[in-house]
Design a protein. Structure first.
Length: 246
């Protein structure tokens, strides 16, 4: 990469919610952005379109992150199109809630496959390929620290992601690559809002001293800082972006 070329970022799960806000923000910061999605092709195309209309550079890339070969192909395509990858934002995730007693096998297997194996699949490709000085941002959650009932399987995947974050930071330091995780509190996206009534949402707002839900852009701001020049000395950390909830 020469100094005049923009850095290249893959953002997983960027067709909506936090990932879409991160993709838009990194593109506005000047990065060429790969908008990954699993099934929502139209939504991903709209994110790419909004980036291009704002003067940024982006493409969409379908890949189910739980499929190691599909993730490999996405990195291959990014390298073919743009010469390399500098940033991975490992955002794709699902949240299915149930007590341990009521968690069925499909809930467990799907959550592990996407949140843990999916994160791992992208981390492995990034660990092998990210260019010198690269940045990796994983996604945990502030349920680590709060440990609310019904979040058992979801929280278990995020605890594992935090462990991978700290260890990979030690493995990649010699290449100047930093590895951090962002752990949001409740953010007003489909993942959090779907199926919740007004009273539950109001309680979630009152969990932090600022008295509101996070917005996807609040989290994109944190990712932008970690990816940008001001974040270079932050490494192996879990940044709890939750308005002060925990
Ligand atoms: P969201 O609105 O539900 O969006 C999820 C995104 O992930 C979508 O773009 C979806 O795309 C994609 N996705 C799902 N499964 C995928 C797969 N197998 N492969 C590739 N992409 C996949 O979720 P969000 O609230 O933005 O959450 C983003 C991340 O933040 C997650 O890791 C979540 O655990 C974490 N988080 C969220 C909150 C919150 O309150 N919202 C709090 C803490 C942590 P398709 O539709 O194409 O599948």
């Amino acid at each position: 990469m020469t100094g005049s070329e923009s850095r290249v970022a893959i953002v997983t799960g960027a067709s909506r919610g936090i990932g879409a806000a991160v993709a838009r923000r990194l593109a506005a910061d000047g990065l060429t952005t790969i908008v990954n999605y699993a099934g929502s092709a139209d939504a991903a195309a709209k994110v790419v379109d909004s980036i291009e209309r704002a003067g940024g550079r982006a493409i969409s890339a379908q890949a189910d992150v739980s499929d190691a070969q599909a993730v490999k192909r996405m990195f291959d395509a990014a390298e073919d199109a743009f010469g390399g990858v500098d940033v991975l934002v490992n955002n794709a995730g699902i949240m299915r809630l149930a007590t341990v007693a009521e968690s069925h096998d499909a809930l467990f297997d799907q959550t592990i496959a996407i949140n843990l194996k999916g994160t791992f699949n992208s981390l492995r490709e990034a660990a092998r390929r990210l260019r010198q000085g690269g940045r990796i941002i994983n996604f945990s959650s502030s349920v680590i620290g709060l440990y609310p009932p019904t979040y058992g399987v979801y929280a278990a995947t995020k605890a594992a992601v935090e462990a991978l974050t700290r260890i990979l930071a030690k493995e990649l330091g010699s290449r100047g690559v930093t590895v951090n995780a962002v752990a949001p509190g409740p953010v007003a996206t489909e993942l959090f809002l779907a199926g919740r009534d007004d009273a539950t949402i109001e309680r979630a707002k009152q969990m932090n001293p600022l008295g509101r839900l996070g917005e996807a852009e609040d989290i994109a701001n944190v990712v932008s800082m970690l990816v940008g020049p001001d974040g270079g000395w932050i490494n192996g950390q879990i940044v709890r972006a939750n308005g002060g909830a925990v």
